[in-house]
Structures are given as structure tokens and as C-alpha cells.
Design a protein around this ligand. Structure first.
Ligand code: ZN
Length: 167
């Protein structure tokens, strides 16, 4: 994977980290605040959210409710739903943004690049040819929240439809 130029991630790297686990905190937020928190879907064992510090537009994360660092500790039913929600996310992103490809994966452990190593999560990063320079065009960090809300609103109805197909 080529290095993406994502200046707004400095806010994440340099900014104060919230107390506790972000994924556990967010899942406990009231559902009325899902748009504010960019939570796209709450499943039985996992939920889908937009990454607030995206590598590309439409960077999604799927996290189990269970607070575990490794796949070995994850319940079987979460494992299945996590992958089903990953598939639904890919389908929705394809329909919403027509990316040319995806990077999908888990960073397990800080040494592997996990920002939040204690609570595993799958990254779904849509890719476009030439996206190494994506967003550097937009430049200003302050534009990102607006971009996230636009992405959220476009993705939500499509993703909701894709998720409803899961059996
Ligand atoms: Zn957690």
C-alpha cells in the first residue's frame, strides 16, 4: 500500500487521546447521536462506523461490541457478523462511490499499526487510481467533518439496504 498523504490525521496523532476505549465509548452513546458519531449500523454483535481520520473518503471500520484485542478471543458469532458487515460495506461503497479497489484488513498490535490495539476492528478503505494525492487537494483539516457528514448521508441508506440482505 502506498503512503497516503492525509494531513488531518495529524490531529489524531498529535491530539489528546480520549480516556478509555473509543470503540467501547462509541457503542454506548445513545442511538440518537449516531449521525454525530458517524455510526452507520448497529448489528447484533458488531457495529459499523466511519473513520473520523480517514485514509480515503468512505474509510469504514467494523468493530465487535466485545472488547478483545485478538481474533482468538472473539466469539464465533461476532466473527461471522463482522465479515458479513464487511461484505455489506464493500457493496454499499461500490454503489455509492465506485472505487477501483479496496484495502481491507486488521492491524493486530501496535507494532502492526493499530491505532487502538486493545479493541480489534476491520478497516475497509476504498481506493481509486491516483488517490495517493486524494484530499491533499482539499487540504484544510477543517473541511473533513463536513466531508464525513456528506459521506455518512450518502452511504447510510445504501448500507442499510445492503445490511438488510444479511441472513
Ligand atoms: Zn473496547
Amino acid at each position: 500500500m502506498k503512503i497516503l498523504w492525509t494531513p488531518w490525521r495529524m490531529e489524531y496523532i498529535m491530539g489528546g487521546k480520549p480516556e478509555g476505549c473509543l470503540f467501547c465509548t462509541q457503542k454506548q452513546e445513545p442511538e440518537g447521536k449516531d449521525r454525530e458519531n458517524h455510526i452507520l449500523h448497529r448489528g447484533a454483535t458488531c457495529y459499523i462506523l466511519l473513520n473520523r481520520f480517514p485514509y480515503t473518503n468512505g474509510h469504514i471500520m467494523i468493530a465487535p461490541y466485545q472488547h478483545v484485542a485478538s481474533l482468538e478471543q472473539l466469539e464465533d458469532k461476532s466473527l461471522y457478523e463482522m465479515m458479513a458487515l464487511t461484505r455489506a460495506s464493500v457493496a454499499a461503497l461500490n454503489k455509492a462511490f465506485s472505487p477501483a479497489g479496496f484495502n481491507i484488513g486488521l492491524n493486530l498490535g501496535k507494532v502492526a499499526g493499530a491505532g487502538i490495539a486493545d479493541h480489534l476492528h476491520i478497516h475497509v478503505v476504498p481506493r481509486w487510481a491516483g488517490d495517493v494525492n486524494f484530499m491533499s487537494v482539499l487540504g484544510e483539516t477543517r473541511l473533513i467533518p463536513e466531508t464525513l457528514n456528506t459521506t455518512y448521508d450518502k452511504l447510510l441508506p445504501i448500507l442499510t439496504q445492503e445490511v438488510s440482505r444479511i441472513r
